[in-house]
Design a protein around this ligand. Structure first.
Ligand code: HEC
Ligand code: HEC
Ligand code: HEC
Ligand code: HEC
Ligand code: HEC
Ligand code: HEC
Ligand code: HEC
Ligand code: HEC
Ligand code: HEC
Ligand code: HEC
Length: 320
């Protein structure tokens, strides 16, 4: 590896000689210094004693703005001028450990208040329930527990793991057999929610549940010649957003799902008609169980439950 640049340099020098150009770059305009400065700021005074704290942010946006006096360190931790003189008598209070949540967040908001993603921070559920910025943002990159993601090769903790430390029920749901690919790292909690607050229900990014779903499942938007009213009303009438034990994120399995609303029809839609269920009225097993209840149930025939554009009665009855 180390040989390669040297070979390249020699090659360039040789080439320069051949073409008759000066091999040294003395005549070239001076390289721009600020660019280097941005990625390798002066080591702050704090680093001498807090090497770990310095190194953990050195390569981040916060570290890039730091200087020899540790101005960024102090922007978050407060004035440290006395502390530097004699750190043992002039102890620093780490307010990110003991102070109330609002006070912790106020520190971050001194700089981040203009961020448009944070516009509804104050009215969001997190701020109102004493969740601070530093509960989610790991400023000094502390080592976290191993990730549950089975299909990722990076060591970066999944966002869902951070959220899951508090939202255990949601994490639980995301581990059920049918789930949005959250633990696989393909869909993030923040694809649907704004953790910084929003005025929508459950802090969704889009104005309604359906708009949120359409943002990825555009094929369900329609409009359809033959729509299915519950679909247009709210996807969550039949689906759960995070995970379910029933396939396709359904709240329950067909035919039960459909029977919640369809009890009578041109053909019987419930178990309760004579000879329609698993058992005959006599109690004996029914040798000709209705196709409405086996396998995919109603979906055996009504497979366009989200709406149909098929002509005539096939479309009208959501059969194709
Ligand atoms: C001469 C060494 C030294 C320097 C320089 C120094 N500190 Fe400290 N700092 C200490 C010691 C010692 C402690 C106490 C550690 C403890 O209690 O475990 C401390 C504690 C702290 C704490 C509290 C940590 C906690 O867990 O409560 C913060 C925050 C802190 N320093 C920030 C800074 C900042 C910011 C700077 C630079 C502006 C700085 N320090 C410079 C030695 C130093
Ligand atoms: C963007 C705000 C921010 C900046 C910039 C920042 N810190 Fe911190 N620091 C925190 C928060 C939040 C915590 C507590 C949570 C944690 O440990 O991650 C913390 C914890 C600490 C602690 C406690 C020890 C520990 O690791 O638990 C020390 C010491 C410390 N910081 C020193 C520094 C020094 C030195 C710098 C500059 C090189 C610095 N911090 C820059 C926010 C910041
Ligand atoms: C002194 C000003 C200042 C303070 C205080 C500050 N930040 Fe920042 N922060 C910045 C700047 C500048 C950037 C880089 C530009 C940007 O993304 O806005 C940044 C970027 C970030 C980013 C994006 C990082 C990335 O890699 O994209 C996060 C997250 C963040 N800050 C969180 C926090 C949190 C949490 C706190 C409080 C513990 C905090 N900041 C305090 C100035 C600050
Ligand atoms: C409930 C967890 C949570 C809390 C609390 C939180 N954040 Fe974030 N923040 C996130 C997540 C998740 C992302 C990354 C979003 C993404 O990947 O698109 C993020 C991204 C950011 C970014 C960079 C991207 C952007 O939107 O500009 C900044 C800056 C930031 N947060 C600042 C803050 C500040 C300041 C606070 C406190 C006032 C805060 N955050 C509170 C979860 C949180
Ligand atoms: C595909 C979009 C989507 C994803 C991804 C998603 N959510 Fe949700 N979430 C929703 C919707 C929609 C609701 C609204 C439920 C309602 O109105 O009953 C919701 C509700 C919630 C609620 C409040 C109600 C409840 O069920 O407790 C919490 C908390 C929540 N989500 C957290 C999370 C967390 C944490 C993650 C990541 C692990 C996540 N969500 C991922 C769409 C999503
Ligand atoms: C430190 C704990 C904590 C963490 C971490 C956390 N939350 Fe929350 N979250 C709460 C609390 C407390 C509430 C308010 C009580 C409730 O509704 O459950 C809340 C509420 C919510 C709500 C609104 C629920 C509703 O009914 O309106 C959503 C959505 C949400 N969180 C998503 C997230 C996402 C996404 C993440 C990760 C980026 C996250 N949370 C990380 C503690 C946390
Ligand atoms: C951020 C994009 C995104 C959003 C928003 C989204 N989904 Fe998904 N959805 C996906 C992905 C990705 C899959 C997995 C597709 C696959 O495995 O082929 C999926 C799969 C599904 C599945 C099939 C699950 C299975 O077990 O096969 C259903 C049902 C579903 N989503 C419903 C919804 C509903 C309802 C909403 C609104 C609350 C929603 N989705 C919002 C991305 C999204
Ligand atoms: C009346 C109940 C119902 C409503 C309301 C509903 N769905 Fe479904 N959805 C189902 C059923 C049943 C299946 C399984 C279909 C199958 O297995 O053939 C399904 C399957 C899906 C699938 C996975 C298979 C596919 O067709 O891509 C997605 C994605 C989906 N629904 C998204 C949505 C969205 C988005 C909404 C809201 C616009 C919605 N659903 C509203 C009943 C419903
Ligand atoms: C939340 C209630 C609800 C659920 C659950 C529901 N539907 Fe519907 N469905 C309706 C309503 C309302 C109509 C419109 C009835 C009308 O136009 O007379 C409808 C219409 C239909 C139609 C067309 C009937 C016609 O006369 O045009 C079919 C077929 C149908 N649903 C099948 C299903 C199937 C299959 C399921 C299960 C996957 C299901 N529905 C779940 C409420 C529901
Ligand atoms: C074997 C195929 C088949 C199965 C299985 C099936 N249907 Fe149907 N369904 C039809 C056909 C075909 C129609 C059109 C009406 C007609 O010609 O009688 C229809 C019509 C309907 C209608 C609208 C007509 C009316 O009566 O208002 C509803 C609602 C309906 N079915 C609900 C269901 C439900 C709920 C299930 C599951 C319990 C189900 N269907 C299972 C074939 C089926």
């Amino acid at each position: 590896m180390r040989l390669l640049p040297r070979c390249a340099a020699t090659a360039v020098a040789a080439l320069a000689l051949l073409v008759g150009l000066p091999a040294s770059s003395q005549t070239a305009p001076p390289a721009k210094e600020p660019a280097k400065e941005k990625y390798a700021p002066a080591t702050p005074v704090c680093a001498g004693c807090h090497a770990q704290s310095h190194e953990s942010i050195a390569m981040s946006h916060h570290g890039a703005k730091n200087d020899a006096g540790g101005s960024m360190c102090q922007a978050c931790h407060g004035d440290a001028s006395e502390h530097i003189k004699d750190p043992t008598t002039n102890k620093m209070v780490n307010k990110f450990v003991k102070a109330p949540a609002a006070e912790k967040s106020a520190v971050c908001l001194t700089c981040h208040t203009t961020n448009r993603h944070l516009a509804f921070w104050e009215s969001g559920k997190h701020s109102k329930n004493d969740v601070a910025c530093s509960d989610c943002h790991n400023i000094h990159g502390k080592a976290k527990a191993a990730t549950v993601a089975p299909y990722t090769t990076t060591s970066r903790p999944l966002e869902a793991d951070t959220c899951g430390t508090c939202h255990k029920q949601v994490r639980n749901a995301a581990l059920k057999p049918s789930h949005h690919p959250i633990i696989e790292g393909k869909v993030k909690c923040s694809d649907c929610h704004n953790p910084h607050g929003a005025v929508t229900p459950a802090m969704l990014k889009h104005e309604t549940v359906n708009q949120q779903c359409f943002s990825c499942h555009a094929d369900k938007r329609g409009p359809f010649v033959f729509g299915h009213p519950p679909v247009e009303e709210n996807c969550l009438t039949c689906h759960t957003p995070h995970g379910s034990s029933h396939e396709k994120l359904l709240t329950e399995k067909a035919p039960n799902l459909c029977q919640d609303c369809h009890v009578t029809g041109r053909h019987p839609t419930s178990f309760y008609g004579s000879g329609q269920g698993w058992n005959l009225p006599s109690g004996a097993p029914n040798s000709a169980v209705s196709s409405r209840f086996i396998a995919r149930g109603c979906l055996n025939c009504h497979n366009s439950v989200h709406g149909s554009n098929a002509p005539t009665s096939r479309g009208k009855f959501l059969i194709r």
